[in-house]
Each structure stands twice: as structure tokens, then as C-alpha cells.
Design a binder for this molecule. Structure first.
Ligand code: NDP
Length: 804
């Protein structure tokens, strides 16, 4: 043992290992292999093949788990289904007691879970002990609370059924808690598939479920690789899929679930900016980088992997950062004084090395801390890369390792442009002592979570989730609960809206331009309606129109036959109208009230038009217009009242859950009630600050094109509402595929709904489809309400610390 005098001289750390004998004893008890946890019991299926689970710090195999097959998944789903009626039928209070018992038991076993997690994943014990496990327990406590309150806080909402949950290897127990706690609180049952590399804490958690007497089948754990995950996604008796992992797999899951009616939440990758302004507390920001990209070896979806530093302080900041890197200690995860543990698996280590090598080949300069690495296991020294071009691999690809890039900027605008120059939108960390500047940047970055002068803070009370290709849906807080409940206003059953698109009936009679005139010459035809793009009437790119039938089935007019190019033009016009999302709710309310007023002024005209175009009775036409006016008023009223929330999370913080518009939205309207359905969909979307490209009723588009005149006279800025008439499903597909469109609503056929969901996988846009089910647009519960507003928003959680 070194003498105290020599220790004082060198100030070297001595070893500080955490005891792991209790975990070793537990592993020894399962030496022959862990089974799945299905219907309240662990069992190794007769046909089981095993997967070795290794400790990434030593490469030693520490356990074997079953490679789940489709048949195993089937058994687990059957158990969850059988348990669902009784579990969902319990009172919220009763479920709260179980969740509370789980929280307490995790807390009692904190040390065991922390050591097991570090041995399985390679993360430093300091992190698993102080972050992962306490946050997991907190999640169950918080959701015990939601279970208690579910009936009063979400009146009329119902559990969804069986939830398939697939989690990654970076925070195995914490991700399990994020998935299972809200699902159970809401009354669902679950089948969880942990990651192949890190299944052990999920199995230990299953023991907790058994110990607290959770009814059989409520929680089931099927171990295995991606094939087991895919089988769960494909299973016909699963009502919801919740996935955390790579964007690539998220995209596959979006495609696989398209048209199935399964509810979906995706928490995917990121390439989050870490923005340091010249007036930041630079020492604080350097510590922020440590917590941001070297936390959990950088294997964090919201890691601030792109450091953006204002030029004036870039040199000073870089010097401080490099000096700090030299003090980081990489090594045995069970050593309490280690900062950086092991990379989860040699495959992931190779991927990190490959991507860094590629970055260097593209011209980036690598600086790595000169720390000694253990001889065995998967370790990687913290790395900083400079000279990284914004479009290069290192700036665009999620590396998922302890690797940060550093780029400079001059102005706040440039910082925002660089920050948003990514397909992702998960998180951002902003460092400045100027609160005005910091909040301004927070509002401008496209990210679901923003930390000011802080980073990587999580709490069960605040929602977490991304924008853009970082996925959709939120985990945590009220928003997270909504993902596990069916909204009473959502139509989950009912009769089919439309068997097929009406257009098919018209295409045969589609007149070529030169043939159009004889039809136009007929007295019933008054004019050829154009498209409405960027606040102006626009001829369709094709030059073609299509015949629109009136009430007697005879041609009543011509509508423009929009195509891909028209959609692209409309999206471009909508993209340019971005200021609409920045004006106050009051401004938008005024404009929407004006729309309602102008519609009201033309009430009689719209009634006549509806009667002649759709053949509805005088009364029905009057009711449709009257409800459209009332509905417009209702959304005008909501424009400045659909507020966000302030969450009570950590002490010394306010967490602002701010409602933000998506940006450009696509809307495909149903055939029925062409005025009312149009108003019911467009008004909530624009009330919340979105700009829309709308495909109106294909059979009765002329009502929507008449509506342009209302828009023109109501101060609606150009580009906020764009209307492209034509074959709905063709146009809807183009909208769903368009990368500039951030959200898409589709109300048509079941096959059209499936098509939209599938086509949306490109940029993983948020979709809302009717699955072919009819909605009663006249009804205030089905045709109007908070559900529409919620579907037109995404929540950004901004963490603002306070205190000196
Ligand atoms: P994946 O997305 O492949 O894995 C996440 C989970 O999905 C795992 O349980 C995995 O099983 C399962 N899975 C894999 N394929 C399918 C499928 N087709 N259908 C259903 N489930 C599936 O991530 P990886 O572990 O392969 O990591 C690759 C990269 O993904 C990382 O380098 C990182 O960039 C990113 N990543 C991002 C995460 C995040 O939180 N944003 C988390 C993890 C990874 P199995 O464990 O057997 O692969």
C-alpha cells in the first residue's frame, strides 16, 4: 500500500471497487440460463436457443438468456391479453398500490440493480447508482400517482390493451421504467423485449413483479434479439408499440405497423447541439460537456454530441475542454471513482472507431485524452474532433460513443442554423448568462427537450421525446400518460367512412383540356376552380381539370387536377409563411375570428352552393354552414388559450412544457360534408400556428375553392392555407412522402390511411389517420375539441435552472 506522503504527492486515485458478490451469487443461481418471464413465471421453452450475455468491461460471459422466437412472443402476448380485462378493470387506486410497491422494492434493491446494470452495460457505478436506478424508482412512484388519478384526470379515457415495448441497451432499467410504469398506470398489460446485450435488469425486475404479487400476465418479458422485437411488432393482438432505439429500426417499425391501427410511439436517435455563447460560464459549460457527451460513454440518444462554440471564446473554451479531458478516468465500471466505463459491446466499439476513422478521412482532426485504458473489455478514450464540416459524416451521423465534434459560429442566427442542420430533433443544450438570448435560442431550435445552462436532466414529471426523425410521442408526465390511453374523442370503431376514393369514378370521364370546352359550355358549369397556393389562385401544373358532379350527378364544374409539382409548390409556399407560427395566439385568434365573420357574411351563398353541389336538403346545408361558423369561432377562441404547462421537476428548475406548432402540415379531407370537414380540420391546425396544404373533398372540392375568397378577405397571410384539389390519395401520398411536411392528417379510406402511415416513414412525420372510420362532423364531440388541438401540436420541454 502506498504511503500517505506519496499519495499526497501524486494525488492519484486508489481503487474504490463496489462489492458485487450479491450480484455474482444471483447470476450463479441462474447459471443454466434465464427463461422468459411469461404469465407470472420464468420458464425456459423446450425449443430454447441461448444468447450469451457478456460483461463489456471484461468480455466475460456472465449469463445466458433465451433467444425469443415468434412462438415465445405469441405465448407472452396471449398471457398479456388474458390478464388485460382484470387489470384494466381494477380501480386506479388499486393499480397505484402495485406501482407503489414496485417503486419501493426497486428502492430497497437499489444497490443490487446498480451493480447488475453496471456489470451488464458497462456504465460507471456512480451513474447507475445515482442516476439510472433512482430515476427508475422515481418513475414508478410518479406513475403510482397517475394510476391513482387516472379516472379524475383523464375522464372517459380507456386503456389500450396489450402493449409491445422494445427497449435499447443504453439505459436498460430506466427505459424499462419509462415504458412499463405509464402502461400499467393506465391499465394496460405489457410484453417487454429488452436489448440482446443488456437483458439482466429486466429479468431482475420481473422478479420484483412476482415479489409484489403483480397479477400474472400483466408484465411479461421476452428476451432475444431483433427478430423477437420484429415478431412483437408484427403480432396481430398487440394494440400499441412503444420503441426506443435507432432511427433505422424506428422507420422499419413505422412501416410494419402502418394500417394496423396499432398506436405507436418512437423515441429514436439524435445529434443534439451543445451551444456555447461567448458570455457563458465557460467552466460550467466544460462540465456540461462532460455530463453531456461523456455521460454513459456517450451512448445517450440526447447526448450533446455537436458542440457549437461562439468564435470569440472558441480557443479558450477548447483549451479548457482539452485540459478537462485529461482528468477523465476511464476504467472498471464498478470502480466508484471512474468517470467513463466500457462501451456496451465490441460491435458498438467497432462502429465508433469506424465512424471516427471516416471523419478523419473526411478531414476532421482527432484529439483524444491520453488516459490509460484497461487491457480487457471494450473501452474508448474520450474524443473531440475539430475541423468538422456541417455536412460531414461526423456532424450528421449518430456515433453513440464518447465522441464530440466542435464547430464555431459567429452570430446567434448562425448557431441556430447549425443547430437545426440535422435530420434529428431530440435535444439541445444552450449555455449563456443572457436569459433573453438563451430563451430566444430555445424557441428557435428544433428539439423536443432543451436544457439551458444544464444538460441531460430527466424527471418523470416532464415529457421526453423528439421532433423530426428523433421520433414522436412523449415519455413522462401527462403527455406520456396520454400515449397509453385512448382519447374518448378518438374513433376506434364504427362504420367505414368511404369504401374507395370517389375519384376512380371520375377518371374515365376526365376531359383533356381540348375536350373540356363542350362541358364547360353547359349552363350548369360556372367556372373552373383553380388551386390556391401562397395566397393566390394557381393553375394546376398539368393544365388539366377534372369534372365535378353536382347533386343530380350531372357535371357541376371543373376543379384543378393537382399533381406532385403542385403539392411541392404548395409546401414551398407554406414553408415560407413561417412567421404564422411566431405571432401571438391573440394575433391568430383575431384572424380566425375574422374568417368566421366572413364565412358568416356569406352564409346564404355557401348554403346554396352546398345544396347544388352535394344534393343535401336545405336544412342540412344550413346546419353544415352554421356549424362551420360556430366551429371557426371555437378554434379562434382556442388560439390564445391552448397553453402549455410548467412542471415541478427538480429543485431549482422550472420546466416549461411549451406547445409548438409542427410547421407545415398536410391535411387530406374526407368526401363527406365538404365545408364542415374542411373547416374542422384546417381551423385547429392553423389556430395552433401551423401552415397547411389541404386536399379538400375530392368529390366536392368546389366548396373549398370558394372558401379561398373567405381566406382572401380575412387577413390570413399568404401561404398559411394552401389548397390543392385532385385525386386525394395520390396527393396525400406526395404530402406524406414530403420531407418538409412535419405532420400529416388523413381522413379517408382504410387503405389510404395505411398508405399515409407507410409513406410517412421517410422523415418519420407525425400522422393522424382515421383508419377508414367515419366521423360525425356535425357532432361537437367527434368533430371538434381538444383532441384536434393536441394533434396539431408538439410539446417542447425547456429546462430553466435558477439560483446562483
Ligand atoms: P436498435 O435500434 O437495433 O435496437 C433497439 C431495440 O430494438 C433492441 O431491443 C433491438 O434488439 C430491437 N430491434 C432490433 N431490430 C428490430 C426490429 N427489426 N424490430 C423490432 N425490434 C428490433 O439499436 P442497436 O442496438 O442496434 O444500436 C445501433 C445504433 O442505434 C447505435 O449505434 C445508436 O446509434 C442507435 N441507438 C439509439 C438509441 C437511442 O436511444 N436513440 C438506443 C440504442 C441504439 P437487439 O438488442 O437484439 O438488437
Amino acid at each position: 500500500m502506498p504511503a500517505i506522503a506519496s499519495i499526497m504527492k501524486s494525488m492519484e486515485y486508489g481503487p474504490a471497487p463496489e462489492a458485487n458478490d450479491h450480484v455474482l451469487a444471483w447470476l450463479a443461481r441462474h447459471e443454466t440460463g434465464f427463461g422468459h418471464f411469461i404469465d407470472g413465471a420464468f420458464a425456459v421453452p423446450a425449443d430454447a436457443a441461448f444468447i450469451d450475455v457478456a460483461n463489456p468491461a471484461s468480455d466475460a460471459v456472465i449469463a445466458r438468456t433465451v433467444a425469443g422466437s415468434a412462438a415465445h412472443v405469441d405465448a407472452a402476448v396471449a398471457a398479456a391479453r388474458a390478464a388485460f380485462p382484470a387489470w384494466s378493470g381494477l380501480s386506479g387506486h388499486h393499480r397505484a398500490r402495485y406501482l407503489y410497491a414496485i417503486a419501493r422494492t426497486i428502492q430497497k434493491r437499489e444497490r443490487f440493480f446498480a451493480v447488475l446494470e453496471s456489470m451488464d452495460n458497462g456504465k460507471p457505478i456512480r451513474e447507475s447508482r445515482d442516476i439510472d436506478v433512482p430515476l427508475a424508482a422515481r418513475h414508478f412512484y410518479h406513475h403510482a400517482g397517475w394510476a391513482e388519478l387516472v379516472e379524475s384526470e383523464f375522464p372517459g379515457a380507456k386503456a389500450l390493451g396489450v402493449c409491445g415495448q422494445i427497449i435499447p441497451w443504453n439505459f436498460p432499467l430506466l427505459m424499462l421504467a419509462w415504458k412499463i410504469a405509464p402502461a400499467l398506470a393506465a391499465g394496460n398489460t405489457v410484453v417487454l423485449k429488452p436489448a440482446e446485450y443488456t437483458p439482466l435488469t429486466a429479468l431482475a425486475f420481473a422478479e420484483v413483479c412476482r415479489e409484489v404479487g403483480l397479477p400474472k400476465g400483466v408484465v411479461n418479458v421476452v428476451t432475444g434479439d431483433g427478430a423477437a422485437g420484429a415478431a412483437l411488432v408484427a403480432h396481430g393482438d398487440v394494440d400499441k408499440i412503444a420503441f426506443t432505439g435507432s432511427t433505422e429500426v424506428g422507420r422499419l417499425i413505422r412501416e410494419a405497423t402502418a394500417g394496423t391501427g396499432k398506436k405507436l410511439t418512437l423515441e429514436l436517435g439524435g445529434k443534439s447541439p451543445f451551444i456555447v455563447f461567448a458570455d457563458a460560464d465557460l467552466d460550467g459549460a466544460v462540465e456540461g460537456v462532460v455530463d453531456s457527451i461523456w455521460f454513459n460513454q456517450g451512448q445517450v440518444c440526447c447526448a450533446g454530441s455537436r458542440i457549437l462554440v461562439q468564435e470569440a471564446v472558441a480557443q479558450r473554451f477548447t483549451a479548457k475542454l482539452k485540459a478537462r479531458m485529461e482528468t477523465l478516468r476511464v476504467g472498471d465500471p464498478l470502480d466508484k471513482s471512474i468517470d467513463i466505463g466500457a462501451i456496451v459491446h465490441p460491435v458498438q466499439l467497432d462502429r465508433i472507431k469506424m465512424l471516427v476513422g471516416k471523419g478523419e478521412a473526411e478531414g476532421a482532426r482527432l484529439h483524444q485524452a491520453a488516459c490509460a485504458l484497461p487491457e480487457k473489455g471494450s473501452f474508448y478514450s474520450p474524443a473531440l474532433l475539430t475541423g468538422v464540416e456541417p455536412a460531414s459524416t461526423l456532424a450528421q451521423e449518430e456515433i453513440f460513443g464518447p465522441v464530440a465534434t466542435l464547430t464555431t459560429f459567429r452570430t446567434p442566427d448562425e448557431a441556430v442554423a447549425l443547430a437545426n442542420n440535422t435530420r434529428y430533433g431530440l435535444a439541445a443544450s444552450i449555455w449563456s448568462e443572457n436569459i433573453n438570448l438563451a430563451l430566444d435560442i430555445a424557441a428557435s431550435v428544433k428539439a423536443g427537450v432543451v436544457w439551458l445552462n444544464s444538460t441531460n436532466i430527466f424527471d418523470a414529471g416532464a415529457g421526453f421525446g423528439g421532433y423530426r426523425e428523433s421520433g414522436f410521442g412523449r415519455e413522462g408526465g401527462r403527455e406520456g400518460m396520454l400515449e397509453y390511453l385512448s382519447d374518448p374523442a378518438e374513433k376506434t370503431s364504427g362504420q367505414a367512412a368511404e369504401e374507395k376514393t370517389a375519384f376512380a369514378a371520375h377518371t374515365d370521364t376526365l376531359p383533356a383540356p381540348e375536350q373540356a370546352s363542350p362541358i364547360v359550355d353547359r349552363p350548369v358549369i360556372d367556372r373552373t376552380a383553380k388551386l390556391y397556393v401562397g395566397g393566390k389562385q394557381a393553375r394546376p401544373d398539368s393544365g388539366y381539370s377534372y369534372v365535378v358532379s353536382g347533386r343530380d350527378g350531372k357535371p357541376a364544374g371543373l376543379a384543378g387536377l393537382g399533381n406532385r409539382k403542385d403539392i411541392r409548390n404548395a409546401v414551398e409556399a407554406a414553408a415560407k409563411a413561417g412567421d404564422w407560427g411566431k405571432v401571438t395566439g391573440h394575433n391568430r385568434a383575431q384572424v380566425l375570428f375574422y374568417v368566421a365573420e366572413n364565412l358568416s357574411a356569406r352564409q346564404a351563398e355557401f348554403e346554396t352552393r352546398l345544396r347544388s353541389l352535394t344534393g343535401v336538403s336545405k336544412d342540412a346545408a344550413a346546419r353544415e354552414v352554421e356549424t362551420s361558423i360556430r366551429r371557426s369561432f371555437w378554434y379562434a377562441a382556442q388560439a390564445d388559450k391552448t397553453d402549455g404547462l410548467v412542471h415541478q421537476t427538480k429543485s431549482g428548475h422550472v420546466t416549461l412544457a411549451m406547445n409548438e406548432p409542427f410547421g407545415v402540415m398536410g391535411i387530406a379531407c374526407p368526401q363527406a360534408m365538404p365545408l364542415l370537414s374542411f373547416v374542422s380540420l384546417v381551423m385547429p391546425a392553423i389556430a395552433m400556428g401551423n401552415r397547411v396544404v389541404v386536399v379538400p373533398s375530392e368529390t366536392h372540392p368546389l366548396v373549398a375553392t370558394d372558401f379561398c375568397q373567405v381566406l382572401d378577405t380575412s387577413d390570413v397571410p399568404a401561404g398559411v392555407v394552401n389548397i390543392v384539389t385532385g385525386e386525394r390519395d395520390v396527393l396525400a401520398r406526395t404530402l406524406a412522402e414530403h420531407d418538409e411536411v412535419a405532420a400529416m392528417w388523413y381522413f379517408g379510406t382504410a387503405s389510404g390511411s395505411a398508405m399515409v402511415e407507410k409513406a410517412s416513414a421517410g422523415n418519420l412525420k407525425v400522422t393522424w389517420v382515421n383508419g377508414g372510420r367515419a366521423r360525425d362532423w356535425q357532432s361537437d364531440t367527434e368533430g371538434q375539441g381538444r383532441l384536434f388541438l393536441r394533434r396539431a401540436l408538439q410539446v417542447k420541454n425547456v429546462w430553466v435552472p435558477y439560483g446562483e
